[in-house]
Design a protein around this ligand. Structure first.
Ligand SMILES: [Zn+2]
Length: 196
């Protein structure tokens, strides 16, 4: 599959999810047996750990379909970057997706820190440090609405993955940024660059 075909397939799965027409593919014993010898996922997804954003479920996908990397706020550190590189280089996924979402607490904490010019100590600091650049860039465009900032975060992180992960660039994989809406159940594309 090309990266564009993969994205179309994921969006089709999300449409089934949003409209309660689930196909629930690849979740039975035969699929489990089929992938014992190895995995061949169609995409790598970097997303938030938020329990309301279970990546496979909202794309109506199953076992062995998506290589998912989740941290609070979708923060990208060296382990996350290495995981993306592994999916691209070793597993050969044709598409990398960064998925933000409505009502993201980590993005909210970063917005609060930027607005108050106050970087918190403790556990939330690492999220704020990783997400504040997205907030600052969003503000520079006049975006202050949480939905706009979450969309900007997805676009900026998708571009970041495209620029900073050597394997992504070298292999010409597609990169997409999107935001998931809790209310509609739909994933909305905010950035797309389909590779060769
Ligand atoms: Zn979140």
């Amino acid at each position: 599959m090309t990266s564009r075909e993969v994205w179309d397939a994921l969006l089709a799965g999300n449409e089934r999810f949003a409209t309660d027409n689930l196909a629930t593919p690849h979740r039975d014993t035969s699929r489990r047996n089929e992938i014992i010898s190895g995995q061949d996922p169609i995409a790598a997804v970097v997303a938030c750990s938020d329990s309301r954003v279970p990546v496979e479920l909202l794309f109506d996908a199953g076992l062995g379909d998506i290589f998912v990397i989740r941290t609070a706020g979708g923060c990208v550190d060296s382990a996350v970057s290495a995981s993306v590189e592994y999916a691209v280089d070793v597993l050969g996924v044709p598409l990398v997706l960064f998925l933000s979402h409505e009502g993201c607490g980590a993005v909210g904490a970063a917005v609060k820190a930027v607005n108050n010019s106050e970087i918190p100590y403790g556990l939330t600091r690492v999220f704020v440090e990783k997400i504040a650049p997205s907030v600052i860039e969003a503000h520079s465009k006049g975006h202050t609405d949480p939905a706009e900032i979450e969309a900007d975060h997805a676009r900026i992180m998708a571009e970041h993955l495209e620029d900073r992960a050597p394997a992504v660039k070298a292999r010409g994989v597609g990169v997409v940024g999107a935001r998931y809406r809790l209310d509609t159940g739909r994933v909305e594309t905010v950035y797309e660059h389909f590779g060769s």
